[in-house]
Design a protein around this ligand. Structure first.
Ligand code: CTP
Length: 406
């Protein structure tokens, strides 16, 4: 969600310049509106050759600004008003021409004039033919603008509409949203280095089978996403999931609990906090059968051996790190969570009753209770996993402040 409450709804003023990637800007508006942003679109004449203002108007719910010398638009929207209302100004797609104009201080249409007048941060997402992108004039312009504090997103490599292969594609709208969220977020976790685990483990039985659980990884990925947005350096040790890693996260993919342990122990001394959201497999098959197990007539018995408890091990080796554990319970929620907090030497535990509606394993929401080692118990209402991630970090920051005072 866009950060509401502190300053109300965040406004993104989106400048669309004329390239084939304009169609992706349509999706970008849809996603931003869904995230709770107010979106005000401005289009260059070139952009209107590709997509009509009506499309953007329907999706943003606001009239689209296209002309600087239009009496009606100037009185209804106004270029200075546009510049002032922006919490962030985004240009996507940005053509070589528009970047050249901005870098040279030209303000000869609505978009470039608003850009000149705004005091909001600016994010530019170029998209063009690969040779245009590599052109030293454009590269010089980008370097100049970066020096002046403009933010850029690199175009992505791939097949380009002009028929070439190479760097020039507009990043996926979801990645642009991610970047926007990051730029608008308070950087209150700057300097933190988080090790976060997510997802289930696969404990192989034979070449085609494994033992696992129903964890989706969504909580760990939400923590990773929110951590990066708030300025932390995040390493995400993830079991197999169907999720794509949030931009800016260092991903270490693992399968088994043993691999997860290995990756965490390697990063532990350099981390300021570990957040163990993974549903670590408690057992693995005693022996891995090299050939596929064929079915027989009788009962098949599996012998399972316990996996090491990673969090417990971290708790024993703790050296200043904040340890956050998760407890998924089906009964005696608080008592079980308190026990785990104590036994694993944690600073904070996030407990949730997985039998409750909205608090299951694979959902987008959670109903959690936060418990700390001083005995405080904070029940939270139903919320998205993204919101919960933010609440966990708020708590972590408060814990750190208290620790500094003690
Ligand atoms: N955990 C871990 N290593 C394990 C098992 C769990 O690091 N082998 C971590 C989980 O990532 C979680 C916390 O410990 O943060 C609690 O996990 P949970 O499975 O709920 O607790 P257990 O101690 O395994 O107890 P039980 O399964 O009996 O409830």
């Amino acid at each position: 969600m866009a950060e509401k409450g502190e300053k109300g709804t965040r406004t993104v003023v989106l400048g669309v310049s004329g390239g084939i990637a304009c169609y992706k800007a349509v999706e970008l508006v849809r996603l931003l509106v869904r995230e709770g942003f107010a979106v005000q679109v401005m289009m260059t004449r070139g952009a209107m050759e590709f997509v009509t203002p009506l499309t953007f108007q329907a999706l943003s719910g606001r009239p689209v600004a296209t002309e600087i010398f239009s009496l009606t638009q100037e009185s209804e929207i106004g270029h200075i008003n546009l510049a002032d209302q922006a919490d962030l100004l985004v240009i996507a797609p940005a053509t070589a021409n528009i970047i050249g104009k901005i870098a040279s201080g030209v303000a000869d249409d609505l978009l470039t004039t608003v850009l000149m007048a705004t005091r909001a941060p600016v994010l530019i997402a170029p998209s063009m033919n690969v040779h245009m992108y590599e052109n030293p004039i454009l590269q010089e312009n980008i370097r100049k603008l970066k020096r002046l504090g403009y933010h850029f997103m690199e175009p992505v490599e791939g097949y380009l509409a002009c028929g070439y292969e190479g760097k020039g594609r507009l990043p996926e709208p979801q990645d642009i949203v991610e970047q926007i969220q990051g730029l608008l977020k308070k950087k209150d976790l700057a300097g933190e280095r988080f090790l976060i685990t997510a997802g289930p483990n696969h404990e192989p039985l034979d070449p085609v089978r494994y033992i696992s659980n129903r964890s989706s990884g969504k909580m760990g990925y939400a923590l990773a996403r929110s951590g990066v947005r708030r300025g932390a350096e995040v390493t995400l040790v993830s079991g197999p999931t169907s999720l794509s890693p949030p931009a800016g996260v260092r991903l270490i993919p693992v399968q088994t609990a043993a691999e997860m342990r290995q990756a965490i122990l390697q990063g532990y001394s350099g981390a300021t906090a570990v957040l163990m959201a993974a549903a670590v497999a408690d057992y693995h098959p005693e022996k891995f059968v090299a050939k596929k197990i064929k079915k027989g007539k009788g009962t098949l018995r599996l012998n399972l051996k316990p996996n090491p408890d990673i969090l417990r091990e971290l708790g024993m080796k703790k050296n200043g790190q904040i340890l956050v554990g998760f407890a998924a319970e089906t009964e005696s929620l608080i008592a079980n969570a308190k026990k785990k907090l104590r036994e694993k030497n944690l600073d904070l535990i996030v407990a949730n009753d997985v039998t409750k509606e909205g608090s299951g394993f694979d959902g987008d929401t959670n109903i959690a209770t936060l418990l700390d080692r001083r005995g405080a118990v904070h029940p939270l209402p139903l919320m998205s996993k993204d919101e919960l991630a933010d609440r966990i970090y708020d708590y972590l920051i408060a814990l750190k402040k208290r620790r500094e005072k003690e």
